[in-house]
Design a protein around this ligand. Structure first.
Ligand code: URP
Ligand code: ZN
Ligand code: ZN
Ligand code: ZN
Length: 458
């Protein structure tokens, strides 16, 4: 059966035009004004924006970390994604010490295959770099994992400069790209010791131990390493203006640097760590949420197309899990949910309130991640031949974010009580209606997507 969406505005990264969309068997057949098709199921989408399915390139589902496991696994996390209009996520398959990359990848396939309600791919987080891991890289890339994550902090995953350099060089040969978590491990450890010595074990010590300079130092160092390796890199979850200055400097030198930020850095400022009681623990994430001036700068950078993607770093823990750090902030598991809320948040705070265009929103949430992570034009665009992953977005729908209407498996919503305009009304996954007004209709039909090598984003 064909489906025809009539009367909407089709958004791409470069234009928003009135056009109808015809799809069949999971694929888009035609996109143009005035399509007539008697055989099709016709849906009137007058007044709606049609976005290519949103891609969240930064989730952590079923991640065993900090002595616990994230509240969302692939089953609940991908349902939450679909509910908000995200039709593909890219999660971080994490290599633990002693494992091969293939073992890590197999582990993540076991977590996801058969459970996912949206399409999915994996980045590989490299934690244990050695000769045999280096030898695996070409096959890993040819098998469709073309992006990698490196951490400059965290005990279990920390990568020293020498290894970062070696990995970047090998990735260049193999045709992969690295996204890097930039924070200076040593400074953080020293600041934690200071806070504890002063008797400060509370949530607000979290921000004191991870000031912007911690991110900026690591970003600057990474970018110098990438300069020597002559290799493009992605800086994930950028949170600060100081961090961005290092990126601007590297770009001036002619380096290819891509940047991701997340909704939490665009909506909140560091005051969340001074909320009463233990409320601030809900926002204990790394990098930390920075100052109001950083928040405003990130919006400016998005408007100026200096940041390419907005993903979520969805890494959810319940309030009971967060409570492990009541007496010691370093024991609060780091991370917060967001996969479900991102499209509406970016539309409301970006397009409605901050002067982003819908084309920019399309680039940041769909087209750019599709290009950077090697799934374009199969995804990231509404065009003949592309997967029929598509969001019918109502720009005027007013609603309030709350744990009450949340699909994710978390007992709080970090955006509780925030009223927004804009909602994913109908979400199509490969031509089938998979979610409607925040309710998931189609479960566990998500498929693994093997990815191509990254495309240059201009
Ligand atoms: O606090 C966070 N962001 N936890 C998830 C892991 C990471 O660093 O991306
Ligand atoms: Zn598990
Ligand atoms: Zn990270
Ligand atoms: Zn992350």
């Amino acid at each position: 059966m064909k489906t025809l969406l009539k009367g909407g505005t089709v958004v791409s990264g470069s234009k928003a035009v009135a056009a109808d969309v015809l799809m069949e068997n999971g694929t888009i057949l035609d996109v143009k004004p005035g399509i007539e098709e008697k055989e099709a199921d016709i849906i009137d989408v007058t007044g709606r924006l049609l976005f290519p399915g949103f891609i969240d390139a930064h989730t952590h589902f079923d991640l065993h970390v900090a002595g616990t496991v994230t509240a969302d696994d692939f089953e609940s996390g991908t349902k939450a994604a679909l509910a908000g209009g995200t039709t593909m996520i890219i999660d971080f398959a994490t290599q633990y010490q002693g494992e091969s990359l293939h073992q890590a990848l197999n582990n993540w396939h076991k977590k996801a295959d058969g459970y996912a309600s949206c399409d999915y791919g994996f980045h590989l987080a490299i934690s244990d770099w050695n000769h045999s891991v280096s030898e695996e890289l070409d096959t890993i890339v040819s098998e469709g994992v073309t992006s990698f994550k490196l951490y400059m902090t965290y005990d279990e995953m920390y990568m020293a400069d020498k290894k970062i350099y070696q990995i970047l060089k090998r990735l260049k040969e193999a045709g992969g790209i690295a996204g890097v978590h930039c924070e200076n491990k040593g400074i953080i450890e020293a600041l934690i010791e200071e806070e504890k010595a002063n008797g400060n074990f509370s949530v607000n010590a979290h921000k004191k131990t991870r000031p912007a300079a911690v991110e900026a130092e690591a970003a600057g160092r990474l970018l110098k390493i990438a300069q020597v390796a002559d290799c493009p890199v992605i800086i994930v979850h950028l949170s600060s203006e100081a961090g961005y200055k290092e990126i601007a400097y590297a770009r001036e030198r002619g380096q290819e640097v891509y940047v991701e930020t997340c909704p939490q850095y665009l909506i909140f400022n560091e005051d969340v760590y001074d909320l009463p009681g233990f409320e601030g623990s809900k926002y204990v994430i790394s990098p930390t949420i920075k100052k109001e001036s950083d928040r405003q700068k990130l919006w400016e950078l998005l408007k100026a197309d200096q940041i390419q993607t907005v993903s979520t770093d969805h890494c959810s823990f319940t309030t009971a899990q967060k409570a492990a750090g009541r007496e010691d902030f370093t024991k609060i598991p780091n991370g917060m949910p967001g996969v479900e809320a991102r499209p509406a948040l970016v539309y409301n705070f970006g397009v409605k309130q901050n002067g982003l265009t819908v084309e920019q929103m399309c680039r940041m949430l769909s087209e750019n991640p599709a290009k950077l992570y090697g799934v374009y034009p199969r995804k990231g665009v509404i065009a003949p031949g592309s997967d029929a992953d598509l969001v019918v977005f109502n720009p005027d729908a007013k609603w309030t974010m709350s744990v009450e209407n949340q699909v994710a498996n978390v007992d709080y919503c970090p955006f509780e009580g925030i009223s927004v305009e804009g909602k994913a009304e109908l979400v199509f996954l490969k031509g089938r209606l998979a979610a409607e007004n925040g309710e998931v209709l189609l479960e566990k039909t998500g498929a693994y997507v093997a990815r191509n090598k990254p495309m240059v984003i201009s």
